[in-house]
Write a protein that binds this ligand. Structure first.
Ligand SMILES: *[C@@H]1O[C@H](CO)[C@@H](O)[C@H](O)[C@H]1NC(C)=O
Ligand SMILES: *[C@@H]1O[C@H](CO)[C@@H](O)[C@H](O)[C@H]1NC(C)=O
Ligand SMILES: *[C@@H]1O[C@H](CO)[C@@H](O)[C@H](O)[C@H]1NC(C)=O
Length: 496
C-alpha cells in the first residue's frame, strides 16, 4: 500500500477461481472499500479497459455501484475464449486482487458413430465400432453399451488440442448379432448426464449353402435333380454350376436336372452362390450305379521260357466290383486282384487269359489278353498216320510255339528232307494261326514205307522239338478224310 492516496483502501471481495459451463453467465466479484480511483480488470495480463461497459468486449461488463466500490466483472454466456486468469486492479491504490482462474467447461456434442445409424458388418470379421465426441472440455469420457450392458473392451484415445475423444469397440460379429444395438455415451463435467448415440449392426455373410441330390442313388441314364439351397444377407446375386471344374453355363438357378452317366460318380457337381459379401461353393458326387468300365487294358506279353510275366487290368464300377483272372479253357481263378503274376513261365502257360469284372446286380465285362512264351519248338503229330498202299499218302507234323521254327526236317530211312522233293517224297509247308504245318507227301506209297519211322524235327534258337510217326496201311473204304493232326493238343503230342 502506498501512502497518501487512500490509507484504508482494501478488497472486501475478490475474485476466486471459478468454473462455468459454456453458455452460462458468471460474475467475478471485486469490491474495494475506501477507493475512488480507476479500477480495471486484466485477462491473462491484458487490460480490458477503463470504461464500465468495456467496449470491444461485447459480453463483458462491470456491474454494481462504483460509489459503493463494486467493480465485479460480469461475463455473459461464457465461451471457451473466456477461459483465462482474471485480476481486478485498483491502479491508483496499487491494489491487485487475487488472480482468479476462470475455467470454462464445454459439454460434448452428440457423439458420432462412424457408419451409423445402421452399420453393415461382415460376419466373423473383426470390426472396430468407432465413436467420436468433439468440442468438449475437458475431453469427454466415452462408454460403450451393447443392449444396455457396459462393454469393457473399448479402446479410448483423445487428442488434447482439439478436445477430440475417440473410443473404438472391437467386435467380431456373429450372425446372431444382427440387429443388436450398440450405444455410445459421452460425458464430462459440463454434461454429467451425458449424451448418447445408438447404432444397430446388420451382420452380413456370404451365402450358407447346402447342395442335395434327388434321388441319392440312381442307375446310369436316370435323371437326378440337384437342389442348391442357400440363405444370405444381403440377398443372393447369382448361382453358378460346374461339373468336374467345367462350368455348366446354361444352369443359373437354384436347381439343376441332368441325366447322369458314370462320370457323375467321380466328377463332383458344384453350386456356387454369391452375394455382395462373397460366394460359397459346395460340391457333391452322385451315387450313380454302373457296370464295369475298363480303366486300363491288359497288354499282351511275349516272354522267354523261365521268365516272369504279369498282366494288369483295371476296372471301375459302382457298387464296387469283383475281379477274377482265368485262363481260357479252365475255370480256375488265378487271381482276384488287378494284377495276375506268373512266375517262371513254361510253354504250357502260353495262351489267352481273361480278366473278368463283376458289378453285383449291375453288369459283367471281360477282356482277353495273350501270353506268348518263347521256347523250343513244340512239334506235334499223330503217332500213327494212315495211307492206302499204292496210292498217294501224306504225313503231317505241326510245329507250334514261339519263335517260329527256323527249319523243319523230316528224317526216315536214309532220307533227310526239309523242303522240295526227293524221288517219291516231297515236303509242303503251310503257316497258320496254330503254327507251321509241315506235310511229307508220298506220290505213291510202297510196302516199305509202312516199315519206317518218320522223324519230324524242328529247330529254333531255343532248341529242337521232335515228333515220331509211323505209317499204317489203310483199307480203301476208310479213305474218306485224311486225319487232321492239328487238333492234337501239345500235351498229347509227340514232343520229346
Ligand atoms: C481396431 O483398432 C485396433 C486399435 O487401434 C487396431 O489394432 C485394429 O487393427 C483395428 N481393427 C480393425 C479391424 O480395423
Ligand atoms: C467350385 O469348387 C470346385 C472344386 O473346388 C471347382 O472345381 C469349381 O470350379 C468351383 N465352382 C465355381 C463356380 O467356381
Ligand atoms: C530225330 O532227328 C533228329 C535230327 O535229325 C535227331 O537229332 C534225333 O536224334 C532224331 N530222333 C530220333 C528219336 O531218332
Amino acid at each position: 500500500m502506498r501512502e497518501g492516496v487512500s490509507q484504508a483502501a482494501y478488497f472486501s471481495q475478490q475474485p476466486q477461481d471459478q468454473v462455468v459451463v459454456s453458455g452460462q453467465s458468471v460474475t467475478l466479484p471485486c469490491v474495494i472499500v475506501g477507493y475512488r480511483g480507476m479500477v480495471q480488470w486484466t485477462k491473462d495480463g491484458l487490460a480490458l479497459g477503463g470504461e464500465r461497459d468495456l467496449p470491444g468486449w461485447t459480453r463483458y461488463s462491470l456491474m454494481g455501484d462504483p460509489l459503493s466500490g463494486e467493480h465485479s466483472l460480469l461475463i455473459d454466456s461464457a465461451e471457451l475464449a473466456d477461459d483465462a486468469v482474471y485480476e481486478c486492479q485498483a491502479t491508483q491504490a496499487g491494489l491487485r486482487s487475487h488472480r482468479a482462474k476462470l475455467t470454462v467447461l464445454v459439454p460434448p456434442t452428440d457423439p458420432v458413430v462412424d457408419g451409423g445409424p445402421v452399420i453393415r458388418v461382415k460376419a466373423h470379421t473383426p470390426y472396430n465400432l468407432t465413436c467420436r465426441a468433439s468440442g468438449a472440455k475437458p475431453a469427454a469420457e466415452i462408454t460403450w453399451y451393447r443392449d444396455g450392458e457396459v462393454m469393457e473392451t473399448a479402446i479410448y484415445s483423445k487428442d488434447g488440442k482439439r478436445e477430440l475423444a475417440v473410443s473404438m469397440l472391437p467386435v467380431i460379429p456373429e450372425d446372431k448379432d444382427s440387429g443388436r444395438t450398440y450405444t455410445c455415451r459421452v460425458l464430462n463435467p459440463a454434461a454429467p448426464a451425458g449424451r448418447q448415440t445408438s447404432v444397430t449392426i446388420n451382420v452380413q455373410h456370404p451365402p450358407s449353402v447346402t447342395l442335395s441330390v434327388q434321388p441319392q442313388t440312381v442307375m446310369e441314364g436316370a435323371k437326378v435333380l440337384f437342389i442348391c439351397s442357400a440363405s444370405a444377407n444381403p440377398e443372393i446375386t447369382g448361382y453358378r454350376w460346374s461339373k468336374g471344374g467345367v462350368p455348366i453355363s446354361e444352369a443359373n438357378g437354384d436347381s439343376l436336372e441332368v441325366t447322369v452317366d458314370h462320370s457323375y460318380f467321380t466328377d463332383p457337381v458344384s453350386c456356387e452362390v454369391s452375394n455382395s459379401v462373397g460366394s460359397t461353393n459346395v460340391s457333391t458326387l452322385v451315387d450313380v450305379q454302373f457296370g464295369p468300365r475298363l480303366l486300363s487294358e491288359p497288354m499282351p506279353m511275349k516272354v522267354d521260357i523261365g521268365m516272369d510275366a504279369a498282366f494288369t487290368c483295371t476296372w471301375t464300377g459302382n457298387p464296387p466290383l469283383t475281379l477274377a483272372w482265368t485262363k481260357q479253357g479252365s475255370s480256375v481263378v488265378l487271381s482276384n486282384g488287378n494284377t495276375l503274376q506268373l512266375k517262371a513261365v513254361t510253354q504250357e502257360d502260353a495262351g489267352t487269359y481273361t480278366c473278368k469284372a463283376i458289378v453285383p446286380r449291375i453288369g459283367v465285362a471281360e477282356r482277353d489278353v495273350t501270353l506268348t512264351v518263347n521256347g523250343p519248338p513244340i512239334t506235334t503229330a499223330d503217332a500213327t498216320q494212315h495211307a492206302v498202299k499204292h496210292s498217294k499218302g501224306k504225313l503231317e507234323c505241326l510245329v507250334g510255339s514261339s519263335p517260329p521254327p527256323d527249319k523243319i526236317v523230316w528224317t526216315f530211312g536214309d532220307i533227310t528232307l526239309s523242303s522240295g522233293s526227293s524221288g517219291r517224297f516231297s515236303v509242303q509247308t503251310v503257316t497258320s494261326d496254330h503254327g507251321v504245318l509241315s506235310s511229307l507227301v508220298l506220290s505213291e506209297t510202297l510196302a516199305q514205307d509202312f516199315q519206317l519211322r518218320y522223324n519230324c524235327t524242328a529247330w529254333n534258337r531255343f532248341g529242337t522239338g521232335t515228333a515220331l510217326i509211323t505209317l499204317k496201311e489203310q483199307g480203301r473204304i476208310l479213305t474218306v478224310s485224311p486225319s487232321s493232326p492239328t487238333k492234337t493238343s501239345p500235351r498229347e503230342g509227340g514232343q520229346l
